[in-house]
Design a protein around this ligand. Structure first.
Ligand SMILES: [Zn+2]
Length: 494
Protein backbone atom coordinates (compact mmCIF):
# COMPACT_ATOMS: atom_id res chain seq x y z
CA UNK A 1 0.00 0.00 0.00
CA UNK A 2 1.41 3.37 -0.97
CA UNK A 3 1.20 5.74 1.94
CA UNK A 4 1.46 9.51 2.13
CA UNK A 5 3.26 9.64 -1.10
CA UNK A 6 3.20 12.95 -2.86
CA UNK A 7 0.92 12.61 -5.81
CA UNK A 8 2.69 12.42 -9.05
CA UNK A 9 1.06 14.45 -11.75
CA UNK A 10 -0.74 12.38 -14.23
CA UNK A 11 0.72 12.34 -17.65
CA UNK A 12 -1.58 13.51 -20.37
CA UNK A 13 -1.25 12.44 -23.92
CA UNK A 14 -1.31 15.90 -25.46
CA UNK A 15 1.94 17.72 -26.05
CA UNK A 16 2.37 20.13 -23.14
CA UNK A 17 4.26 22.78 -25.11
CA UNK A 18 1.63 23.04 -27.81
CA UNK A 19 -1.02 23.25 -25.16
CA UNK A 20 0.85 25.93 -23.27
CA UNK A 21 1.40 27.97 -26.41
CA UNK A 22 -2.26 27.78 -27.39
CA UNK A 23 -3.44 28.59 -23.92
CA UNK A 24 -1.17 31.61 -23.49
CA UNK A 25 -2.24 32.83 -26.94
CA UNK A 26 -5.85 32.58 -25.91
CA UNK A 27 -5.08 34.39 -22.70
CA UNK A 28 -3.00 37.16 -24.25
CA UNK A 29 -5.26 37.62 -27.24
CA UNK A 30 -8.47 37.97 -25.38
CA UNK A 31 -7.40 38.66 -21.85
CA UNK A 32 -10.82 38.92 -20.28
CA UNK A 33 -12.11 36.32 -17.88
CA UNK A 34 -15.07 35.78 -20.19
CA UNK A 35 -12.74 34.63 -22.92
CA UNK A 36 -10.91 32.37 -20.54
CA UNK A 37 -14.23 30.94 -19.54
CA UNK A 38 -15.01 30.34 -23.19
CA UNK A 39 -11.70 28.62 -23.64
CA UNK A 40 -12.85 26.10 -21.08
CA UNK A 41 -16.22 25.44 -22.57
CA UNK A 42 -15.77 26.16 -26.27
CA UNK A 43 -12.30 24.87 -26.89
CA UNK A 44 -10.50 25.65 -30.11
CA UNK A 45 -7.83 23.20 -29.15
CA UNK A 46 -8.46 19.54 -28.45
CA UNK A 47 -6.70 19.80 -25.10
CA UNK A 48 -9.68 21.64 -23.78
CA UNK A 49 -12.46 19.40 -24.89
CA UNK A 50 -15.18 19.15 -22.35
CA UNK A 51 -15.76 15.57 -21.36
CA UNK A 52 -19.24 14.64 -22.50
CA UNK A 53 -20.28 11.36 -20.99
CA UNK A 54 -23.84 11.82 -22.12
CA UNK A 55 -23.33 10.45 -25.59
CA UNK A 56 -21.71 7.19 -24.58
CA UNK A 57 -22.22 6.81 -20.88
CA UNK A 58 -24.80 7.08 -18.22
CA UNK A 59 -27.53 9.16 -19.78
CA UNK A 60 -27.67 7.30 -23.05
CA UNK A 61 -27.55 3.88 -21.44
CA UNK A 62 -29.60 4.43 -18.40
CA UNK A 63 -32.47 6.69 -19.21
CA UNK A 64 -34.19 3.74 -20.80
CA UNK A 65 -32.96 1.40 -18.08
CA UNK A 66 -34.79 3.30 -15.34
CA UNK A 67 -37.71 4.43 -17.47
CA UNK A 68 -40.28 2.27 -15.70
CA UNK A 69 -38.97 2.58 -12.19
CA UNK A 70 -40.26 4.56 -9.24
CA UNK A 71 -39.13 5.28 -5.70
CA UNK A 72 -41.84 4.83 -3.11
CA UNK A 73 -41.87 5.47 0.63
CA UNK A 74 -43.70 2.75 2.55
CA UNK A 75 -44.73 3.70 6.06
CA UNK A 76 -44.73 1.24 8.94
CA UNK A 77 -46.10 1.79 12.41
CA UNK A 78 -44.81 -1.24 14.30
CA UNK A 79 -42.06 -3.86 14.01
CA UNK A 80 -44.40 -6.33 12.27
CA UNK A 81 -45.12 -3.87 9.50
CA UNK A 82 -41.43 -3.06 9.24
CA UNK A 83 -40.66 -6.73 8.81
CA UNK A 84 -43.36 -7.04 6.15
CA UNK A 85 -41.86 -4.23 4.08
CA UNK A 86 -38.27 -5.38 4.42
CA UNK A 87 -39.01 -9.02 3.76
CA UNK A 88 -41.05 -8.13 0.67
CA UNK A 89 -38.14 -6.06 -0.64
CA UNK A 90 -35.55 -8.68 0.23
CA UNK A 91 -37.46 -11.55 -1.37
CA UNK A 92 -37.62 -9.66 -4.65
CA UNK A 93 -34.11 -8.23 -4.45
CA UNK A 94 -35.42 -4.67 -4.54
CA UNK A 95 -33.17 -1.66 -4.05
CA UNK A 96 -33.76 -0.19 -0.58
CA UNK A 97 -32.73 3.45 -0.58
CA UNK A 98 -33.31 4.31 3.03
CA UNK A 99 -34.96 2.84 6.08
CA UNK A 100 -35.90 4.21 9.48
CA UNK A 101 -38.22 3.26 12.30
CA UNK A 102 -41.10 4.95 10.45
CA UNK A 103 -40.59 4.27 6.76
CA UNK A 104 -38.61 2.48 4.06
CA UNK A 105 -37.83 3.99 0.64
CA UNK A 106 -37.63 1.47 -2.18
CA UNK A 107 -36.80 1.73 -5.90
CA UNK A 108 -38.93 -0.67 -7.86
CA UNK A 109 -40.35 -1.42 -11.28
CA UNK A 110 -43.86 -0.20 -12.06
CA UNK A 111 -44.98 -3.79 -12.61
CA UNK A 112 -44.66 -4.66 -8.97
CA UNK A 113 -45.73 -1.33 -7.50
CA UNK A 114 -49.37 -2.37 -7.57
CA UNK A 115 -48.69 -5.67 -5.88
CA UNK A 116 -46.62 -4.10 -3.14
CA UNK A 117 -49.15 -1.37 -2.46
CA UNK A 118 -51.89 -3.96 -2.16
CA UNK A 119 -49.90 -5.56 0.66
CA UNK A 120 -48.49 -2.38 2.23
CA UNK A 121 -51.02 0.35 1.44
CA UNK A 122 -49.59 3.19 3.51
CA UNK A 123 -47.21 4.82 1.04
CA UNK A 124 -46.15 7.97 -0.81
CA UNK A 125 -44.56 8.17 -4.25
CA UNK A 126 -41.25 10.02 -3.91
CA UNK A 127 -40.03 9.73 -7.50
CA UNK A 128 -42.61 8.82 -10.12
CA UNK A 129 -40.10 8.37 -12.95
CA UNK A 130 -36.53 7.55 -12.01
CA UNK A 131 -35.04 8.20 -15.44
CA UNK A 132 -36.64 11.64 -15.61
CA UNK A 133 -35.35 12.44 -12.11
CA UNK A 134 -31.91 11.30 -13.23
CA UNK A 135 -31.95 13.68 -16.18
CA UNK A 136 -33.30 16.48 -14.01
CA UNK A 137 -30.52 16.05 -11.49
CA UNK A 138 -28.06 17.45 -14.08
CA UNK A 139 -28.05 21.13 -15.02
CA UNK A 140 -29.79 21.99 -18.26
CA UNK A 141 -27.71 21.61 -21.36
CA UNK A 142 -24.56 20.32 -19.73
CA UNK A 143 -26.02 17.12 -18.41
CA UNK A 144 -23.21 14.65 -17.85
CA UNK A 145 -20.51 16.95 -19.13
CA UNK A 146 -17.56 17.41 -16.83
CA UNK A 147 -14.87 20.02 -16.68
CA UNK A 148 -11.79 19.03 -18.66
CA UNK A 149 -8.91 17.49 -16.72
CA UNK A 150 -6.04 19.94 -16.35
CA UNK A 151 -2.55 19.44 -17.67
CA UNK A 152 -0.39 20.48 -14.73
CA UNK A 153 2.85 20.01 -16.58
CA UNK A 154 1.76 22.85 -18.84
CA UNK A 155 0.12 24.88 -16.11
CA UNK A 156 3.28 24.98 -14.03
CA UNK A 157 4.82 27.44 -16.46
CA UNK A 158 1.74 29.60 -16.79
CA UNK A 159 2.05 33.21 -15.53
CA UNK A 160 0.73 33.52 -11.98
CA UNK A 161 -2.05 35.89 -12.96
CA UNK A 162 -3.36 33.57 -15.66
CA UNK A 163 -3.11 30.61 -13.31
CA UNK A 164 -5.13 32.45 -10.67
CA UNK A 165 -7.76 33.30 -13.25
CA UNK A 166 -7.95 29.69 -14.34
CA UNK A 167 -8.32 28.65 -10.71
CA UNK A 168 -11.22 31.06 -10.23
CA UNK A 169 -13.01 29.91 -13.38
CA UNK A 170 -12.51 26.25 -12.69
CA UNK A 171 -13.76 26.70 -9.14
CA UNK A 172 -16.83 28.58 -10.27
CA UNK A 173 -17.75 25.91 -12.81
CA UNK A 174 -16.85 23.00 -10.57
CA UNK A 175 -19.81 23.40 -8.23
CA UNK A 176 -22.41 23.76 -10.97
CA UNK A 177 -22.46 20.04 -11.70
CA UNK A 178 -21.39 16.63 -10.46
CA UNK A 179 -17.94 16.24 -12.01
CA UNK A 180 -16.21 13.06 -13.10
CA UNK A 181 -13.23 11.68 -11.23
CA UNK A 182 -10.65 13.26 -13.55
CA UNK A 183 -12.14 16.72 -13.02
CA UNK A 184 -12.37 16.17 -9.25
CA UNK A 185 -8.72 15.13 -9.10
CA UNK A 186 -7.79 18.15 -11.23
CA UNK A 187 -9.67 20.42 -8.87
CA UNK A 188 -7.97 18.99 -5.79
CA UNK A 189 -4.63 19.37 -7.54
CA UNK A 190 -5.51 22.94 -8.45
CA UNK A 191 -6.31 23.74 -4.82
CA UNK A 192 -3.05 22.22 -3.63
CA UNK A 193 -1.14 24.26 -6.24
CA UNK A 194 -2.93 27.52 -5.42
CA UNK A 195 -2.46 27.09 -1.68
CA UNK A 196 0.76 25.11 -1.61
CA UNK A 197 1.70 26.55 1.77
CA UNK A 198 -1.56 25.35 3.33
CA UNK A 199 -2.12 21.90 1.87
CA UNK A 200 -0.68 18.89 0.07
CA UNK A 201 -2.35 16.26 -2.04
CA UNK A 202 -1.36 12.71 -1.19
CA UNK A 203 -2.29 9.24 -2.34
CA UNK A 204 -3.62 7.14 0.53
CA UNK A 205 -3.82 3.94 -1.44
CA UNK A 206 -4.88 2.34 -4.69
CA UNK A 207 -8.23 0.80 -5.57
CA UNK A 208 -8.68 -2.64 -7.10
CA UNK A 209 -9.05 -1.00 -10.52
CA UNK A 210 -5.81 0.94 -10.02
CA UNK A 211 -7.13 4.39 -9.19
CA UNK A 212 -5.51 6.54 -6.52
CA UNK A 213 -7.47 7.38 -3.39
CA UNK A 214 -6.55 11.02 -2.89
CA UNK A 215 -6.40 12.88 0.37
CA UNK A 216 -5.94 16.63 0.73
CA UNK A 217 -4.01 17.42 3.90
CA UNK A 218 -4.75 20.96 5.09
CA UNK A 219 -2.98 22.82 7.87
CA UNK A 220 -1.91 26.26 9.03
CA UNK A 221 0.93 28.08 7.35
CA UNK A 222 4.16 26.51 8.52
CA UNK A 223 6.49 29.28 7.46
CA UNK A 224 6.11 33.01 7.22
CA UNK A 225 6.87 35.19 4.22
CA UNK A 226 10.54 35.28 5.11
CA UNK A 227 10.77 31.50 5.16
CA UNK A 228 11.12 31.40 8.93
CA UNK A 229 9.53 28.25 10.29
CA UNK A 230 7.62 28.37 13.50
CA UNK A 231 6.11 25.66 15.58
CA UNK A 232 2.49 24.78 14.99
CA UNK A 233 0.16 22.96 17.26
CA UNK A 234 -1.36 20.61 14.72
CA UNK A 235 -0.60 17.26 16.22
CA UNK A 236 -4.32 16.59 16.28
CA UNK A 237 -6.10 15.57 13.10
CA UNK A 238 -9.66 15.75 11.82
CA UNK A 239 -10.48 13.37 8.98
CA UNK A 240 -13.40 13.70 6.57
CA UNK A 241 -14.28 10.99 4.09
CA UNK A 242 -16.98 11.09 1.41
CA UNK A 243 -18.64 8.81 -1.09
CA UNK A 244 -17.93 5.52 0.70
CA UNK A 245 -21.19 4.57 -0.98
CA UNK A 246 -20.83 5.18 -4.67
CA UNK A 247 -24.27 6.61 -5.43
CA UNK A 248 -24.13 9.30 -2.74
CA UNK A 249 -22.74 11.90 -5.11
CA UNK A 250 -23.55 15.00 -3.09
CA UNK A 251 -20.90 14.09 -0.50
CA UNK A 252 -18.10 14.75 -3.03
CA UNK A 253 -18.61 18.43 -3.96
CA UNK A 254 -19.68 19.12 -0.37
CA UNK A 255 -16.30 17.99 0.95
CA UNK A 256 -14.42 19.73 -1.86
CA UNK A 257 -16.27 22.95 -1.00
CA UNK A 258 -15.27 22.80 2.67
CA UNK A 259 -11.64 22.07 1.77
CA UNK A 260 -11.68 25.02 -0.62
CA UNK A 261 -13.22 27.40 1.91
CA UNK A 262 -10.79 26.45 4.65
CA UNK A 263 -7.72 27.25 2.56
CA UNK A 264 -9.29 30.27 0.85
CA UNK A 265 -10.39 31.89 4.13
CA UNK A 266 -7.24 31.18 6.14
CA UNK A 267 -5.91 34.71 5.75
CA UNK A 268 -9.21 36.53 6.02
CA UNK A 269 -11.07 34.76 8.81
CA UNK A 270 -9.56 34.44 12.28
CA UNK A 271 -11.78 31.54 13.15
CA UNK A 272 -10.62 29.54 10.16
CA UNK A 273 -6.99 30.43 10.78
CA UNK A 274 -7.20 29.23 14.38
CA UNK A 275 -8.79 25.95 13.29
CA UNK A 276 -6.09 25.30 10.69
CA UNK A 277 -3.30 26.26 13.07
CA UNK A 278 -4.78 24.00 15.73
CA UNK A 279 -5.66 20.92 13.64
CA UNK A 280 -4.54 19.18 10.50
CA UNK A 281 -7.60 18.44 8.33
CA UNK A 282 -7.52 15.52 5.93
CA UNK A 283 -10.20 15.49 3.25
CA UNK A 284 -10.88 12.33 1.25
CA UNK A 285 -13.81 13.46 -0.93
CA UNK A 286 -13.97 10.30 -3.06
CA UNK A 287 -13.13 7.23 -1.03
CA UNK A 288 -14.93 4.80 -3.32
CA UNK A 289 -13.26 5.97 -6.52
CA UNK A 290 -14.03 2.86 -8.61
CA UNK A 291 -17.62 2.74 -7.42
CA UNK A 292 -18.10 6.39 -8.28
CA UNK A 293 -16.71 5.90 -11.79
CA UNK A 294 -19.07 2.94 -12.19
CA UNK A 295 -22.11 5.03 -11.19
CA UNK A 296 -21.23 7.43 -14.00
CA UNK A 297 -20.88 4.81 -16.69
CA UNK A 298 -22.93 1.74 -15.82
CA UNK A 299 -25.23 1.86 -12.84
CA UNK A 300 -26.21 5.16 -11.19
CA UNK A 301 -27.39 3.33 -8.06
CA UNK A 302 -24.33 1.17 -7.42
CA UNK A 303 -23.30 1.24 -3.73
CA UNK A 304 -20.19 -0.93 -3.16
CA UNK A 305 -16.64 -0.75 -4.47
CA UNK A 306 -15.67 -2.83 -7.56
CA UNK A 307 -13.40 -5.41 -5.96
CA UNK A 308 -13.61 -9.09 -6.94
CA UNK A 309 -14.73 -11.58 -4.30
CA UNK A 310 -12.96 -14.93 -4.10
CA UNK A 311 -16.09 -16.91 -3.39
CA UNK A 312 -18.46 -15.28 -5.85
CA UNK A 313 -18.98 -13.96 -9.33
CA UNK A 314 -20.63 -10.88 -7.83
CA UNK A 315 -18.34 -7.90 -7.38
CA UNK A 316 -18.03 -5.34 -4.67
CA UNK A 317 -17.65 -4.79 -0.93
CA UNK A 318 -19.76 -2.32 0.99
CA UNK A 319 -17.02 -0.09 2.37
CA UNK A 320 -19.04 1.00 5.37
CA UNK A 321 -19.57 -2.60 6.49
CA UNK A 322 -15.93 -3.61 6.13
CA UNK A 323 -14.30 -1.94 9.15
CA UNK A 324 -12.81 -4.08 11.89
CA UNK A 325 -15.25 -3.48 14.69
CA UNK A 326 -18.66 -5.12 14.89
CA UNK A 327 -17.73 -6.90 11.66
CA UNK A 328 -19.79 -10.02 11.02
CA UNK A 329 -18.54 -11.37 7.70
CA UNK A 330 -22.08 -12.48 6.97
CA UNK A 331 -24.15 -11.98 3.90
CA UNK A 332 -24.31 -12.73 0.25
CA UNK A 333 -21.60 -11.15 -1.93
CA UNK A 334 -24.33 -10.26 -4.42
CA UNK A 335 -26.09 -8.15 -1.77
CA UNK A 336 -25.33 -4.44 -1.65
CA UNK A 337 -24.77 -4.61 2.12
CA UNK A 338 -22.09 -7.29 1.75
CA UNK A 339 -19.15 -6.16 3.89
CA UNK A 340 -16.44 -8.51 2.60
CA UNK A 341 -15.07 -11.84 3.76
CA UNK A 342 -12.63 -10.22 6.20
CA UNK A 343 -12.31 -6.81 7.86
CA UNK A 344 -10.37 -4.27 5.81
CA UNK A 345 -10.51 -6.51 2.75
CA UNK A 346 -11.64 -3.50 0.71
CA UNK A 347 -8.64 -1.47 -0.48
CA UNK A 348 -10.46 1.72 0.40
CA UNK A 349 -11.24 0.71 3.99
CA UNK A 350 -7.67 -0.50 4.43
CA UNK A 351 -6.30 2.81 3.14
CA UNK A 352 -8.26 4.73 5.78
CA UNK A 353 -7.37 2.23 8.49
CA UNK A 354 -3.72 2.61 7.58
CA UNK A 355 -3.98 6.39 7.74
CA UNK A 356 -5.61 6.40 11.18
CA UNK A 357 -3.71 3.51 12.75
CA UNK A 358 -0.26 3.65 11.14
CA UNK A 359 0.65 6.75 9.18
CA UNK A 360 -0.60 9.44 11.54
CA UNK A 361 0.65 7.79 14.76
CA UNK A 362 4.09 7.44 13.12
CA UNK A 363 4.02 11.18 12.49
CA UNK A 364 3.21 11.73 16.17
CA UNK A 365 -0.37 12.71 15.36
CA UNK A 366 -3.65 11.69 16.92
CA UNK A 367 -6.98 11.62 15.11
CA UNK A 368 -9.51 13.45 17.25
CA UNK A 369 -12.28 14.04 14.72
CA UNK A 370 -13.79 11.83 12.04
CA UNK A 371 -16.72 12.67 9.82
CA UNK A 372 -18.05 10.01 7.46
CA UNK A 373 -20.22 11.90 4.99
CA UNK A 374 -23.14 10.12 3.30
CA UNK A 375 -26.58 10.89 1.93
CA UNK A 376 -29.52 11.06 2.25
CA UNK A 377 -31.99 11.78 5.11
CA UNK A 378 -30.39 14.88 6.70
CA UNK A 379 -29.11 13.43 9.93
CA UNK A 380 -26.19 13.52 12.33
CA UNK A 381 -25.38 10.07 13.75
CA UNK A 382 -22.97 8.81 16.37
CA UNK A 383 -21.76 5.36 17.54
CA UNK A 384 -22.77 2.69 17.91
CA UNK A 385 -24.06 1.64 14.53
CA UNK A 386 -23.67 -2.10 15.00
CA UNK A 387 -25.99 -2.47 17.99
CA UNK A 388 -28.61 -0.57 19.92
CA UNK A 389 -28.00 -2.61 23.05
CA UNK A 390 -25.04 -0.52 24.14
CA UNK A 391 -24.53 3.17 24.69
CA UNK A 392 -21.03 4.60 24.15
CA UNK A 393 -19.39 6.12 27.21
CA UNK A 394 -19.49 9.50 25.48
CA UNK A 395 -23.16 9.34 24.58
CA UNK A 396 -24.10 12.56 26.39
CA UNK A 397 -21.19 14.43 24.84
CA UNK A 398 -22.14 13.14 21.40
CA UNK A 399 -25.69 14.32 21.93
CA UNK A 400 -24.55 17.76 22.98
CA UNK A 401 -22.27 18.19 19.97
CA UNK A 402 -24.79 16.67 17.56
CA UNK A 403 -27.45 19.10 18.74
CA UNK A 404 -25.09 22.00 18.05
CA UNK A 405 -24.24 20.61 14.62
CA UNK A 406 -27.89 20.29 13.60
CA UNK A 407 -28.55 23.86 14.77
CA UNK A 408 -25.73 25.11 12.56
CA UNK A 409 -26.99 23.07 9.61
CA UNK A 410 -30.44 24.58 10.13
CA UNK A 411 -29.23 28.14 10.63
CA UNK A 412 -27.79 28.52 7.12
CA UNK A 413 -30.73 27.55 4.91
CA UNK A 414 -33.48 26.50 7.30
CA UNK A 415 -33.06 22.78 6.63
CA UNK A 416 -33.84 20.47 9.53
CA UNK A 417 -31.34 17.71 10.29
CA UNK A 418 -32.12 15.10 12.91
CA UNK A 419 -29.62 13.63 15.36
CA UNK A 420 -29.51 10.20 16.96
CA UNK A 421 -27.44 7.12 17.59
CA UNK A 422 -26.58 5.40 14.30
CA UNK A 423 -28.27 2.08 15.07
CA UNK A 424 -31.92 1.59 14.23
CA UNK A 425 -33.72 0.11 17.20
CA UNK A 426 -36.93 -1.19 15.79
CA UNK A 427 -36.97 -4.91 15.27
CA UNK A 428 -35.28 -8.24 15.56
CA UNK A 429 -33.99 -8.33 12.00
CA UNK A 430 -32.09 -5.10 12.46
CA UNK A 431 -30.57 -5.80 15.83
CA UNK A 432 -27.14 -5.63 14.22
CA UNK A 433 -28.25 -3.56 11.32
CA UNK A 434 -24.97 -1.89 10.54
CA UNK A 435 -21.94 -4.14 11.16
CA UNK A 436 -18.39 -2.99 10.47
CA UNK A 437 -19.20 0.73 10.35
CA UNK A 438 -16.49 3.37 10.03
CA UNK A 439 -17.60 5.43 13.02
CA UNK A 440 -17.70 2.38 15.30
CA UNK A 441 -14.14 1.44 14.42
CA UNK A 442 -12.97 5.04 14.68
CA UNK A 443 -14.45 5.38 18.15
CA UNK A 444 -13.82 2.00 19.72
CA UNK A 445 -10.55 0.91 18.14
CA UNK A 446 -9.10 4.05 16.59
CA UNK A 447 -9.82 5.99 19.81
CA UNK A 448 -11.10 8.92 17.81
CA UNK A 449 -12.93 11.11 20.28
CA UNK A 450 -15.56 12.68 18.04
CA UNK A 451 -16.74 10.35 15.25
CA UNK A 452 -19.95 11.12 13.40
CA UNK A 453 -21.75 10.06 10.28
CA UNK A 454 -23.37 13.01 8.54
CA UNK A 455 -26.12 12.21 6.08
CA UNK A 456 -26.65 15.14 3.75
CA UNK A 457 -29.68 16.29 1.74
CA UNK A 458 -32.40 15.59 1.13
CA UNK A 459 -35.33 14.04 3.00
CA UNK A 460 -36.28 11.75 0.11
CA UNK A 461 -37.87 14.00 -2.51
CA UNK A 462 -34.88 13.39 -4.78
CA UNK A 463 -32.87 10.98 -2.65
CA UNK A 464 -29.63 10.08 -4.43
CA UNK A 465 -30.70 12.13 -7.44
CA UNK A 466 -30.30 15.47 -5.70
CA UNK A 467 -30.31 18.16 -8.42
CA UNK A 468 -26.99 19.86 -9.04
CA UNK A 469 -28.38 23.28 -8.10
CA UNK A 470 -28.48 22.02 -4.50
CA UNK A 471 -24.73 21.42 -4.41
CA UNK A 472 -23.88 24.93 -3.21
CA UNK A 473 -26.66 25.25 -0.59
CA UNK A 474 -25.84 21.81 0.81
CA UNK A 475 -22.14 22.64 0.86
CA UNK A 476 -22.73 25.95 2.64
CA UNK A 477 -24.73 24.41 5.46
CA UNK A 478 -22.16 21.64 5.83
CA UNK A 479 -19.28 24.11 5.96
CA UNK A 480 -20.96 26.14 8.72
CA UNK A 481 -21.46 22.90 10.62
CA UNK A 482 -17.83 21.94 10.10
CA UNK A 483 -16.54 25.18 11.60
CA UNK A 484 -18.76 24.59 14.61
CA UNK A 485 -17.47 21.03 14.86
CA UNK A 486 -13.83 22.15 14.83
CA UNK A 487 -14.50 24.91 17.33
CA UNK A 488 -16.32 22.55 19.68
CA UNK A 489 -13.50 20.00 19.62
CA UNK A 490 -10.86 22.66 20.15
CA UNK A 491 -12.70 23.93 23.23
CA UNK A 492 -13.95 20.61 24.61
CA UNK A 493 -12.60 20.07 28.10
CA UNK A 494 -13.71 16.44 28.22
ZN1 LIG B 1 -24.02 5.82 2.67
Amino acid sequence: MIMSKTLKLRAFTCAPLIFLFVFICIYLDFGSSQKLYDSLWEPKDSNWQVVDEGSSGLLANMISKYENEQVIRFYHENPDETNDVLLYAKDRNLDIWDTSSRYTDIRLHREIVKDMISKIPNHRVLISNVSRALTNSMPNGREMKSLPPLNFNALSSMPQEAFSELYLQYTEEFYKNYQNIEAINSYLRLLSSMYSDLCELTSLGTTSEGRSILGLRIHGRRSDTHGQYHVKDENEVIILQGNAHAREWISIPTLCYSAWKLVAQYDSDNRVRNLLDKFEWIFVPVLNVDGYAYTRSEDRFWVKNRQSIKTSNCKGINIDNNWGFGFTGEGNPCDELFGGLAPFEANETYAMFNLISNTLPKEGKTTVGFLDVHSYSQSVLWPYAYTCDLLPADDENFQELAMGLTKELHRVNGRFYSHQQACIPFDGIHKHYHPGAAIDFAYFVGEVRWPFTIRLRDMGDYGYLLPAHQIIPTSREFYAMLLYYGQFISEAAY
